[in-house]
Design a protein. Structure first.
Length: 425
C-alpha cells in the first residue's frame, strides 16, 4: 500500500485519514458488496421458482434485473459523488441497499423480490463506481492501476466463495437467510464507511456540473480511448461466460459441475493477473502495462482461434488453457485502462467511472447473450473464439488509433491544471 497520499490535494479536512490497510479493506468491501450479493443468491434460484410457483426464467430476473440495477447505479452514483462527495453518496447508496434487503426478506411474491433486488443493486453498486473515484483521489496516476488490481484481486477471493456460501445458507436455513446475510454485510459496510472513511473528493470538484463534466470527458480522445479499451476488454469475459456452459455441456457432453471447475481456472488466471499487475506497476508505466496485456491478450485469442480452426479446442483442457492466457492478460488491460480513463479529468473521476461502468455492464448484458447464442447454436467453438479475437483486436485498436501519445496527454493535463489554479474552470 505504499504510494498513498496522506491527504489528497484539496480534499475535505473533516476527518482523520484512515491508515493504508484500513483504506484497502474499505475499498475491497465497498467494491465487493454488490457482486457478492449477486452471486450469493444464484444457488437458490431453482428453490425460488418452486416456492413462488413460477418458471425458472422468471426467477432468473432476480439476477438479470440486478445487473440492470448495477448498470443504472454506475451512471447515477458516479456523477453524484463528484457533486456531493464520496462519503454521503456511498452512505445513501448503502442505506438504500439495507432497506431493499429488508424488503427482500419480507417479500411475499416473486415480483416483490425482483423489485427489491433491483433497488438492492442500485444502492449497493455505488461502492463499485465510487471506489474507483476514491482510488483516483488518493493515488498518483501511475499507482491507480495497481490499486484497482489489488482491490479486485482481494475481492475476487470472497466473490468466488459467494455461491458456495449462498448454497450452504439456503440448504441449512432457507432462501431468506441469504438476505439476512446481505443485510448484515451492507449494514456493516455502511457503519465501517461512516466511522473510518475520510472524504476524499477534491475541493472544487463538481462545480462544472454533470453536463460540463460529460462534455469535457467525451471531448477528450484520451478518455474515450481508455474507456473503450477497458469496456471492450471486459466484454471478453462476458462473451466467454455466456458461451462457455453451452460449449462444455452441449458440445463436449460434460457435466455442469465440470464446467464450473474449468471456469474456475479462468477466474484464477484473472486473479493471478491482477496480483502480477500490482507487482509490476511500481517499475513500469501505465501505458507499458496496457500494451503488455494487449499483446498477450491478442496472442492468446489468436491461439484460441487457430485451435478452433484445427478443431483442437473441442477438448476442454485446450479451450480453457488458452483462455487462461487471455484472462491473465485481461487483468492488465482492464485495471490500467480504467486508471487511464479516470485520470484524464481527476475532478470528474466519479462521472468517468460511472460512464465506464455503465457501458461495461450495459454492453455486457447483450454480449453475454450473444455468447450464449454462439455456444448454443453451433457445433464448434469457432464462432465464439472468432468474437473473442475480434474484441481483442478492437481493444488494441483503441490504443493505436484513439489514445494520444503520452506527451500529448501530459500536455492536456498540465494545461488543465494551470487553468484550475488560475480560476478559469
Amino acid at each position: 500500500m505504499h504510494g498513498v497520499m496522506g491527504r489528497p490535494p484539496g480534499a475535505a479536512r473533516n476527518k482523520t485519514p484512515a491508515t493504508p490497510r484500513v483504506m484497502l479493506m474499505l475499498l475491497v468491501v465497498m467494491t465487493g458488496v454488490a457482486p457478492i450479493s449477486l452471486y450469493l443468491l444464484v444457488p437458490a434460484l431453482p428453490l425460488l421458482a418452486t416456492t413462488f410457483g413460477r418458471e425458472i426464467d422468471v426467477a432468473q430476473m432476480t439476477v438479470s434485473l440486478y445487473m440492470v440495477g448495477i448498470a443504472c447505479s454506475q451512471i447515477i452514483m458516479g456523477p453524484l459523488s463528484d457533486r456531493f462527495g464520496r462519503r454521503p453518496v456511498l452512505l445513501a447508496g448503502l442505506t438504500l441497499m439495507v432497506a431493499a434487503s429488508v424488503g427482500c426478506i419480507a417479500a411475499q411474491s416473486l415480483p416483490q423480490l425482483i423489485a427489491g433486488r433491483f433497488l438492492q443493486a442500485l444502492g449497493g453498486a455505488s461502492g463499485m463506481v465510487i471506489s474507483r473515484a476514491i482510488i483516483r483521489d488518493l493515488y498518483p496516476r501511475e499507482r491507480i492501476g495497481a490499486m484497482i488490481s489489488l482491490v479486485v484481486g482481494v475481492m475476487m477471493i470472497a466473490q468466488m466463495l459467494s455461491p458456495l456460501t449462498g448454497g450452504l445458507l439456503e440448504t441449512a436455513f432457507g432462501w431468506r437467510a441469504i438476505f439476512y446475510m446481505i443485510t448484515a454485510i451492507a449494514l456493516a459496510t455502511a457503519v465501517a464507511i461512516a466511522l473510518a472513511l475520510p472524504e476524499t473528493r477534491r475541493a472544487g470538484s463538481g462545480k462544472s456540473g454533470f453536463r460540463g463534466d460529460v462534455g469535457k470527458l467525451f471531448g477528450s480522445r484520451a478518455f474515450i480511448g481508455y474507456m473503450l479499451c477497458q469496456v471492450l476488454a471486459s466484454q471478453i469475459i462476458f462473451v466467454f461466460a455466456g458461451g462457455g456452459p453451452y460449449i462444455v455441456v452441449t458440445q463436449m457432453g460434460r457435466s455442469a459441475a465440470e464446467y464450473g471447475a474449468w471456469f474456475a481456472t479462468t477466474a484464477f488466471a484473472y486473479l493471478i493477473g491482477n496480483l502480477c499487475c500490482v507487482r509490476f506497476a511500481p517499475r513500469h508505466s501505465l501505458e507499458r502495462l496496457i500494451w503488455f496485456g494487449l499483446a498477450l491478450q491478442v496472442a492468446g485469442s489468436s491461439l484460441n482461434f487457430v485451435w478452433s480452426l484445427a478443431g483442437v479446442n473441442q477438448v476442454a483442457a485446450v479451450l480453457f488453457g488458452t483462455q487462461m492466457i487471455v484472462m491473465f492478460a485481461n487483468a492488465f488491460v482492464m485495471s490500467n485502462s480504467a486508471a487511464g480513463a479516470i485520470s484524464v479529468r481527476p475532478e470528474a473521476a466519479g462521472t468517468a467511472s460511472g460512464a465506464m461502468g455503465f457501458l461495461q455492464m450495459g454492453l455486457g448484458s447483450l454480449i453475454s447473450q450473444l455468447g450464449a447464442d454462439l455456444g448454443g447454436h453451433f457445433a464448434t467453438t469457432l464462432p465464439l473464439t472468432s468474437v473473442i479475437l475480434m474484441l481483442s483486436a478492437a481493444c488494441a485498436s483503441t490504443m493505436v488509433f484513439i489514445v494520444p501519445r503520452r506527451k500529448v496527454v501530459l500536455s492536456e493535463e498540465l494545461i488543465e491544471q494551470a487553468e484550475v489554479e488560475s480560476g478559469m474552470l
